[in-house]
Design a protein around this ligand. Structure first.
Ligand code: HEM
Length: 308
């Protein structure tokens, strides 16, 4: 098994005293990463806001972190800065606490559960695709809107368009505040706006949870929020209200931008590979028939009008 080397042996630089390479990273993190990757390869060290860090990039590095050396890694140390925004959640947990939460969240992500989300997702996607093919689509921002709509419905239990819009807006404010360097809760700062938005989201979720519990029949839920409420493990452990709220917000954070980027790249690659497109169309026909996805999969793209 490969061993981790000490920081001294790792390429890279800690930058300026205290500040490290913070400014460069915050200015344009993708450019920073690309430059360092060119310079040092897939493993390098840096320092941000007085904390030493290492970047490990690519499949080998992922295997090392997630599998081979997983016991020596701490998610909490890596993601500590999210706690004030998103609370204690699965992403910040290690060891037994993490295993327990994971066990309780698993039923909401089991294949059978995911199948019950299909109609909700399908309805949102149908609506979203209505005018595709008629205008230039800014892919990434459009997909961010789409995944946020799906995520607020499935994770927060938002019921109608106005709830989706309102919760999406609060969540965007929360997200913006999570990236601020100075987390001081002073009036008119980005951080305090985020904390207010968090307060609104928590109140919204508390009400949604109370309503679900009153309605009963949680095991039959067709969204993640309901299944998190229904989850009990073999020892009778359940997620408490505060935990469910933190996990729901984390899922929104973890699930929407990642999936939006993935969708953008999928469309980009499909645009360039007609043979993949036709395989995907065949699969779509087999699963949902010809009428289900009106625009995107039924016309053959020239790529250029779709990308901006
Ligand atoms: C292409 C899309 C996605 C990518 C590339 C992605 C990537 C990742 C990565 C790299 C991690 C590990 C982070 C770490 O431990 O430091 C992670 C964790 C996680 N992701 Fe995703 N993700 C995606 C989609 C989603 C979606 C759709 C959801 C929710 C429905 C989600 C929920 C989570 C959760 C809950 C964790 C923490 C898991 C744990 O600690 O056990 N992700 N994701």
């Amino acid at each position: 098994m490969r061993q981790l080397k000490s920081a001294e042996e790792m390429p890279g630089s800690y930058g300026l005293p205290i500040l490290g390479e913070t400014l460069e990273i915050f200015q344009d993190s993708e450019l920073y990463l690309w430059r360092r990757f060119q310079q040092y390869g897939s493993v390098f060290k840096t320092s941000v806001m007085g904390r030493k860090r290492a970047y490990l990039i690519g499949p080998d590095a992922n295997r090392l972190v997630l599998v081979e050396q997983a016991e020596h890694m701490s998610s909490r140390i890596g993601w500590y800065f999210l706690e004030s925004t998103f609370g204690n959640n699965i992403l910040l947990q290690d060891g037994e606490e993490h295993r327990l939460t994971r066990r309780l969240m698993y039923p909401a992500f089991h294949g059978k559960a995911i199948a019950t989300y299909f109609d909700t997702i399908q309805n949102i996607v149908q609506d979203f695709l209505k005018d595709w093919g008629q205008r230039t689509i800014p892919l990434n921002s459009s997909f961010r809107q789409l995944t946020l709509m799906v995520a607020t419905r499935l994770f927060l239990g938002s019921q109608n368009k106005s709830e989706v819009e309102q919760t999406s807006q609060w969540f965007t404010q929360l997200l913006e505040s999570s990236m601020t360097i100075f987390k001081l809760n002073l009036p008119f700062t980005l951080y305090s706006r985020g904390q207010n938005a968090r307060g609104e989201l928590v109140a919204f979720l508390r009400q949604a949870i109370a309503q679900r519990i009153e309605q009963g029949n949680l095991e039959e839920s067709k969204d993640v929020l309901g299944l998190l409420l229904a989850a009990v493990d073999e020892d009778g452990n359940k997620l408490g209200e505060a935990q469910i709220i933190n996990e729901a917000l984390l899922l929104l954070f973890a699930g929407h931008e990642t999936t939006a980027s993935l969708l953008s790249w999928v469309i980009f690659e499909l645009g360039n590979h007609p043979e993949w497109r036709s395989r995907l169309r065949q699969e779509q026909l087999a699963v949902v028939g010809n009428t289900a996805l009106p625009a995107i999969m039924q016309y053959s793209f020239p790529l250029a009008p779709l990308l901006s």
